[in-house]
Design a binder for this molecule. Structure first.
Ligand code: PLP
Length: 381
């Protein structure tokens, strides 16, 4: 018997109440057993996305919600601009390229933070129908200032599309107030559900700007029309929707602001712990980066050895770097159903493995630093 701990930045641990709802007997999606749940989920999603508009729900991973945005907004040959500073920015690039967009990329080195003035300058050189952003670049730990980037895009008259897959519910994402035209997310991160639901908040402006690319399952029109009648164009994953209902209820019961504050504290705890281990942070040492903390592996140690070590010795799953960062960094997740002890367990497991690998670590210092940092009052965000 081995206890297992899931500490990646997605999928994330799922609370027992949510698992119970997911495991309940399957109901028919056009029956009175399901309709009230569906109605509540759609209303709760609007609260969590902070929008008055439609939030469309697809049976897919987050990338399906991405594809809905690209398939509905992009016509071949149209100018678009992606702001990319990591793996998920590059996913927008790959997808927009596949759909034939005339693409410009404002590209940063992985780990850099995109800057609104750079975007402003780029949009002066070349127009774009839409600017495609990543709020939390899970591959690097950077959370971008989407509010400022969106303002720069809007000044130039572009639509704004945001990947909020790992940020929604963890850090503020004000779809309505910031004028975000499309925000996409997924169920398996800060929304505390199993994987399998792709979500897309779509403004009237974005809906009116649909393009000519072929689409069927991910057609916004089809899904929006059905959802507005509390129907679904295809069989929805009813069990996941039931789980999401409970998870969103938990999140709203805590309160979004309280959840954001908890994530700020979790981020502080993780960063304080990493520094106390004598490691260099890869992700920024700032409150906004509250989703995932990335640490550089010590000189001469491959991050994969740390990730495998904590998994094989303690049943603890953390994440390696992705793409060009594989082997160089490891990532500690802290979104969704997390408290400070989840951070402490990750740090303690890493500490033991690093000690085995010959790194000079001071026993217990990381846990202690994390607990202190978590206890400090966060500054208002
Ligand atoms: N965007 C970000 C920022 C992510 O963290 C992820 C998940 O890893 C995705 C997109 C892709 O989501 P999915 O794996 O659910 O398709």
């Amino acid at each position: 018997m081995r206890k297992r701990y899931l500490f990646t930045p997605g999928p994330t641990p799922v609370p027992p109440e949510v698992l119970e709802a997911v495991g309940a007997p399957v109901v028919h999606h056009r029956s009175p057993d399901f309709r009230p749940v569906y109605e509540r989920v759609l209303a709760r999603l609007r609260q969590v996305f902070r929008t008055e508009g439609d939030v469309l729900l697809f049976g897919s991973s987050g990338t399906g919600a991405f594809e809905s945005a690209v398939a509905n907004l992009v016509s071949p040959g149209e100018p678009h601009l992606v702001v990319s500073a990591g793996n998920f920015g590059e996913r927008w690039v790959a997808m927009l390229t596949a759909y034939g967009a005339e693409l410009d990329v404002l590209r940063y080195a992985w780990g850099e933070t995109p800057d609104a003035d750079d975007l402003r300058a780029r949009l002066r050189q070349r127009e774009a129908k839409a600017v495609w952003l990543v709020q939390s670049e899970t591959s690097t730990g950077v959370v971008a200032d989407v509010r400022a980037l969106a303002a720069a895009a809007k000044e130039a008259g572009a639509l704004v599309v945001v990947d909020a897959v790992s940020s929604l519910g963890a850090v503020p994402c004000e779809t309505g107030a910031w004028g975000l035209d499309v925000v996409v997310s997924g169920s398996q991160k800060a929304l505390m559900c199993p994987p399998g639901l792709g979500l897309a908040a779509v403004s009237e402006t974005a809906f009116a700007a649909r393009g000519s690319s072929p689409r069927f399952y991910f057609d916004w029109e089809r899904t929006r029309r059905a959802q507005r009648q509390l129907d679904a164009p295809f069989t929805p994953p009813v069990s996941l929707v039931a789980g999401l209902d409970v998870a969103l209820g938990l999140l709203l019961e805590e309160g979004l602001e309280a959840a954001f504050e908890r994530h700020v504290r979790l981020g502080r705890a993780a960063r304080a712990g990493v520094k106390a281990l004598g490691l260099e942070l890869f992700s920024p040492d700032e409150d906004r980066s509250a989703v995932v903390t990335a640490a550089r592996a010590p000189e001469g140690i491959d991050a994969g050895e740390v990730v495998r070590g904590v998994r094989d010795r303690f049943g603890v799953t953390i994440a390696n770097g992705q793409g060009e960062l594989k082997g160089k960094i490891f990532r500690l997740g802290h979104i969704g159903w997390f408290d400070v002890f989840d951070v402490v367990v990750q740090l303690a497991a890493v500490e033991l493995v690093l000690a085995d690998l010959g790194a000079p670590v001071e026993r217990g210092a990381a846990a202690s630093a994390a607990l202190d940092a978590f206890a400090a009052e966060p500054a208002p965000t």
